[in-house]
Design a protein around this ligand. Structure first.
Ligand SMILES: *Cc1c(COP(=O)(O)O)cnc(C)c1O
Length: 378
């Protein structure tokens, strides 16, 4: 019998439905009500940042970030090509040009040693993407940014509750963007947040998120009129999202622990196969500062990956692959450009498989996934 193990499964851990009904009963369903504020306070306190604003997605948070960075047509933004489209799209919407730099073959993160040579007089921002919740080398990247007068926007969509040298991911650059999409660790279906770590950017961030109005200042009583003052859009989520999310945040330690335990079990069970050199698995040195967001294996070729995914699917196991490198995608070719060779990006994107990993995955499920991988290789 096939086990039928999905790749991902949304879940409830605590008071999600109770808080949603409370929001309805209290009669405040638009944004920035009690639960949204509770989430924002939680993020500010737990992650240690002066300002967190909920958004309806990480994509929205990245778009706010691009406006805050004052991206003008032709400005260049250094980022990996091995990432989700929103990392680039947010800047392209402002006329920016993504400059794609290769990743490191160990962490699959932006290779900090290749960043300096990609800088030109048009470069404005570096976007480190913390792949799988594993931190980029923020020490080196921050140094490069400050020496060249660049801003750092962290794409921490996968990085909630991971740390780099004691600092939470998303709080190290000028701005950080989080995702609560149902495939991430902490979820609200769709959802995100922008962390404004540079206090000079807070007031404008509030305006951009509120359709370009000074509504937030008006509510605080700082101004007596509420009016249109800047560009912006509607980037805030409904209270229903905030209510669901707050229940998840209350249980964030439990969720992260379950996730890192599953990661560690995969690691332990696949180690013997990895030591034969047939597959590669993630380095585990980053624990306990990482959040167990993704467990991947790297096969030796595209053809082998296709056959393994097929083998797993026939056994009821849904593995997935990503990303189609942005520099080779139709829009990436039109709007961006590669800097130097992207050999590691190209190799990894053809050979990586993400294994099923979600809050409620059991040890038995992980054992069956590993058994099927082993049977494929034997
Ligand atoms: C998931 C993800 C996003 C987009 O998040 P949404 O909340 O779905 O908009 C952006 N960047 C990375 C690296 C992601 O993994």
């Amino acid at each position: 019998m096939s086990p039928n193990i999905p790749f991902n499964k949304p879940f409830i851990v605590g008071r999600e439905l109770y808080y949603i009904s409370q929001a309805v009963i209290e009669g405040h369903l638009s944004g920035d009500g009690k639960f949204s504020k509770l989430c924002q306070n939680w993020l500010e306190t737990r992650l240690n940042t002066p300002k967190a604003l909920l958004t309806h997605s990480c994509t929205a948070a990245l778009e706010i970030a691009a406006i805050l960075c004052d991206i003008k047509p032709g400005d260049e933004i250094i980022m990996p090509s091995f990432t989700f489209v929103s990392t680039a799209n947010a800047f392209v919407l402002r006329g920016g040009v993504p400059v794609f730099v290769d990743i490191r073959s160990d962490t699959l993160n932006l290779d900090e040693n290749l960043v300096s040579r990609a800088i030109t007089s048009r470069t404005k921002v570096i976007v480190p993407v913390h792949y799988a919740g594993v931190p980029c080398d923020m020490g080196k990247l921050s140094k490069i940014a400050s020496e060249n007068g660049l801003l750092i926007v962290e794409d921490a969509a996968q990085g909630l509750l991971s740390q780099y040298k004691g600092k939470s991911l998303g709080t190290i650059g000028h701005l950080g963007c989080l995702s609560f999409h149902e495939t991430k660790n902490i979820i609200s279906g769709e959802g995100g947040a922008i962390l404004i770590n540079d206090e000079k950017l807070i007031e404008r961030a509030e305006i951009i998120r509120e359709k370009g109005t000074n509504r937030e200042k008006f509510f605080r009583g700082d101004v007596d009129k509420y009016t249109w003052v800047d560009i912006g859009s509607s980037y805030l989520p409904s209270e229903l999202i905030g209510a669901f999310l707050f229940a998840q945040l209350e249980n964030s330690e439990k969720i992260t622990l379950a996730r890192t335990r599953s990661f560690q079990l995969y690691h332990e069970l696949l180690k013997p196969l990895a030591s034969t050199g047939k597959i590669r698995i993630p380095p585990i040195d980053d624990f306990p500062t990482s959040n167990g967001h993704i467990f991947y294996i790297i096969t030796s070729s595209l053809d082998e990956r296709t056959r393994l995914l097929d083998h797993l699917r026939k056994s009821g196991i849904n593995g997935v692959f990503h990303y189609v490198p942005l520099h080779s995608s139709p829009a990436g070719q039109k709007f961006g450009r590669p800097n130097g060779s992207l050999r590691v990006t190209e190799e990894i994107s053809e050979r990586l498989i993400r294994l099923p990993l979600f809050y409620e995955i059991t040890s038995e499920m992980i054992e069956s996934v590993v058994k099927e991988i082993e049977s494929f290789y034997n």
